[in-house]
Design a protein around this ligand. Structure first.
Ligand code: PMP
Length: 360
């Protein structure tokens, strides 16, 4: 069977050239006589891999020198706990914007560790928009404001960065990191599970301003302390070695695509193909407001559950996978992360047109 267009929300497609390169180095990485998977994380050859990967990430994202890059485990979900444990320490309070499912989980988890203020939510309109600055109630002395920059399940994204008056912003970029240029200096911390735009599952990347790394709350487990992880260059214990190596290959690919600026252009082109069609279609629609449409996760539906199911079934037979919407919202979702080629989106829209004609 040939490779298919995989619209999974994550783990998701990786660039084919990355997989080929990894395959070619699988048995014997650069004359080391072993696979990267088999190497000691403390070996010279692996040390070069992790250091070069960090440097590539710094270069691609233009990360300022006063930010630490950490390679952790536990997924983005573990950050929902680590963030309050480590950062809710000065005034013991934090603001959270709930713009979807994952930010809701983060908000709930944080309540175990301090005073948490719901700074804004779009729950009442089923998360079809991102709360605007005017809709926010911010706390002046919050230790941080947590946001989820791209909502994977609902297909929404921020088109502005909240004005906080100096309160550091902590952003979950799991489903948008490396998809566009970001000014890292505007954030206190950025984090992402790797399994969408960065590489395989098992690696979580944290980019944190150094002055925010301090003594965590009492009894914070050693593995969950940013200070320990930073002091040990993510090597307090065995890091997810192979996933870090793949991230390095993905970053080479991003560079070859023109860096994050090139990625944005590529992603906007893909998203436009899909949204332009959705706007003109009489069968398919999206309920996401125009100014918050995600270029990574595109959600749509017909309004008829049976027809949605038929569509998903037929796309699977055509060689497109994972187009079913998240179980909590139904409908369809096309995740078109960095590695999804334009041809994949074009082929999907061609099929949607055909389906519309037959089912009008
Ligand atoms: N945040 C966002 C925006 C996500 O899309 C996801 C899931 N893919 C998570 C958090 C949870 O990530 P993980 O499965 O790595 O814990």
């Amino acid at each position: 069977m040939s490779r298919i267009f995989n619209f999974s929300a994550g783990p998701s497609m990786l660039p084919e050239s990355v997989l080929e390169k990894a395959a070619s180095e699988m048995l014997n990485y650069k004359d080391s006589g072993m696979s990267v998977m088999e190497m000691s994380h403390r070996s010279k050859v692996y040390d070069k891999i992790i250091k070069e990967t960090e440097q590539k990430l710094r270069d691609v994202m233009s990360i300022p020198d006063n930010y630490k890059v950490l390679f952790l485990q536990g997924g983005a979900t573990l950050q929902f706990s680590m963030i309050p444990m480590n950062l809710m320490v000065k005034n013991g309070k934090a603001d959270y914007i709930v713009s979807g499912s994952f930010s809701g989980n983060a908000y709930k988890e944080a309540q175990k560790y301090g005073e948490v203020n719901l700074a804004g939510t779009s729950k009442e309109d089923n998360f079809s928009h991102i709360p605007t600055q005017e809709e926010l109630t911010l706390t002046e002395d919050a230790d941080y404001l947590h946001i989820c920059e791209n909502n994977t399940i609902f297909g929404t994204t921020y088109n502005y960065l909240p004005e906080t008056g100096g309160v550091p912003i902590v952003s979950d970029m799991s489903s948008c990191i490396l998809s566009k240029p970001v000014d890292v200096s505007k954030y206190g911390m950025i984090y992402a599970g790797a399994q969408k735009n960065m590489g395989p599952a098992g690696l979580t990347v944290v980019i944190i301003r150094e002055d925010l790394i301090g003594e965590p709350q009492d009894k914070t487990p050693v593995m969950l302390r940013y200070d320990i992880m930073a002091k040990n260059d993510s090597m307090y214990n065995t890091p997810p070695t192979y996933a870090i190596y793949i991230l390095g290959l993905v970053l080479d690919w991003v560079e070859s695509m023109g860096g994050v600026e090139g990625m944005l252009e590529h992603n906007e082109k893909k998203a436009a193909i899909l949204y332009d069609y959705l706007d003109s279609s009489k069968l398919f629609k999206t309920n996401v407001v125009k100014e918050n449409r995600s270029i990574m996760n595109v959600t749509f539906y017909t309004g008829n559950e049976e027809l949605d199911a038929k569509f998903v079934k037929e796309t699977a037979a055509k060689g497109f996978s994972n187009l079913k919407g998240h179980r909590s919202v139904g409908g369809m979702r096309a995740s078109i992360y960095n590695a999804m080629p334009i041809e994949g989106v074009q082929a999907l829209v061609d099929f949607m047109r055909e389906f519309e004609k037959e089912n009008a």
